[in-house]
Design a protein around this ligand. Structure first.
Ligand code: ATP
Ligand code: MG
Length: 385
């Protein structure tokens, strides 16, 4: 009897050539996630089996796999030889300590196995009752747990009870590459995770205003980028010094347009760096109406400076819904650390909630936009996670 982990993907929409493309990417993701951990890897039909790992690595493997896009579910399982005695002994061990209503479900892919599936389920069910009744009771309609017995054609049988939900979605690399605009807040890491879930590779860009913003604020962003990288199979983070641009806007443009003007610069730079690095879209954590810079008017004025598709996966989410995902992916506690963001530097008391395009264009005339962008691009720090 040995340990294994069953990895399943969602098969919907996977036809013909599409399937082998998807499977190749998923296997790449699995290998990347388990790099440095001793294990072996096997394909069984539309599932994968991870075996031959050290017992103490089990939790680490599960935690890494729980961040792999494209994995639908995971099951810790036991592998035994396909004979009744071994299956029986394993079933007894596996149900030890459990309580509640159960059923046994057998899948007999190996038609040479001497018992039919219903017959084996019944026999094993009876053995389990002999050992553990009254703590357990049979309920085939609405059981609290199911003991699954999967008799494979290769002569092995997989036995498992738990089916754990994975990230879902599509494997990384199946949906191109996007440039995530990452701040130190709650929203942008969640936005990155959501696109990674749909199979998008990520790069990230962050604007900081040192010395107005601190080293600690930047470290927080690096930590968040690293956390998102665990879902996206790595991230290249581009760190751009935004201080001079902000000072120029602050000095030469109307106060109430500060944020709108800043965002237009950020977007232009994000698009430039994105194009240079093969990105096909820009991703932000904007949510409609959440703050002054996220009204439809503000979004219109900032969106106008870029031609790449803008992906805003959180646009229709409430803050509480975003926080829920942030907690699930583990970024929340870091996101709420109280460090300043560059958007809070020179923050006007009354930002325009409905900036007018003509006013914005007029204000921008006071600046040498191209020169400021070129200057910012000369000094970009890049970190690969
Ligand atoms: P977040 O929680 O992601 O910080 P937010 O609610 O604070 O978002 P804004 O400050 O208006 O909202 O930012 C909207 C989006 O703009 C962010 O989700 C992020 O994608 C991008 N953004 C904001 N500040 C920065 C920054 N300093 N560097 C890079 N991108 C930024
Ligand atoms: Mg923010």
């Amino acid at each position: 009897m040995k340990d294994a982990i069953i990895v399943r993907y969602c098969e919907i929409h996977l036809k013909g050539k599409n399937r082998s493309f998807f499977e190749r990417l998923l296997v790449e993701s699995l290998e990347r996630a388990l790099k440095g951990i001793k294990h072996s890897f096997k394909t069984i039909n539309t599932r994968y089996l991870i075996e031959d790992y050290a017992e103490e690595d089990y939790s680490l493997i599960m935690s890494r796999l729980s961040k792999v896009s494209g994995i639908h579910t995971l099951s810790p399982a036991k592998v035994v030889d396909s004979n009744f005695e071994e299956i029986k002994d394993c079933a007894i061990k596996m149900v030890a300590g459990r309580r509640g209503e159960f059923k046994v479900n057998t899948n007999r892919a190996d038609k040479k196995f001497p018992m039919h599936s219903v017959e084996l389920s019944r026999e094993i069910g009876a053995v389990l009752l002999d050992n553990y009744a009254p703590n357990i009771k049979v309920n085939v309609i609405n059981p609290e747990f199911v003991l699954n017995i999967d008799i494979r054609e290769c002569g092995d049988t997989l036995i498992y009870t738990d089916v754990i939900k994975g990230v879902g979605g599509l494997p990384i690399g199946s949906s191109g590459k996007g440039m995530l605009m990452i701040s130190g807040g709650i929203d942008s890491p969640v936005a990155g995770y959501m696109l990674a879930k749909r199979g998008m590779r990520l790069e990230a860009i962050h604007f900081h205003s040192y010395p107005y913003t601190s080293e600690a604020a930047l470290d927080k962003v690096k930590t968040l980028a690293k956390m998102v990288a665990e879902y996206s199979g790595g991230i290249k983070l581009h760190i751009v010094k935004f201080t001079h641009i902000q000072e120029e806007i602050h000095e030469k443009c109307p106060d109430d347009l500060m944020i709108t003007m800043m965002r237009r610069f950020m977007m232009r730079i994000a698009e430039k760096v994105g194009k240079e690095n093969g990105c096909q879209a820009i991703i932000t954590g904007e949510s409609l109406g959440q703050v002054a810079s996220q009204t439809i008017e503000s979004i219109t004025t900032s969106n106008a400076v870029v031609s790449m598709p803008m992906l805003r996966p959180l646009i229709a989410f409430d803050k509480l819904e975003i926080i829920e995902i942030s907690n699930k992916i583990g970024t929340y506690e870091t996101s709420i650390l109280p460090y300043e963001d560059c958007c809070t530097v020179f923050l006007p008391k009354f930002p325009a909630t409905k900036p007018k395009m003509e006013a914005v264009l007029k204000a921008e005339k006071a600046l040498d936009v191209e020169a400021l962008i070129d200057e910012a691009l000369k000094n970009v720090e890049v970190i690969a996670y």
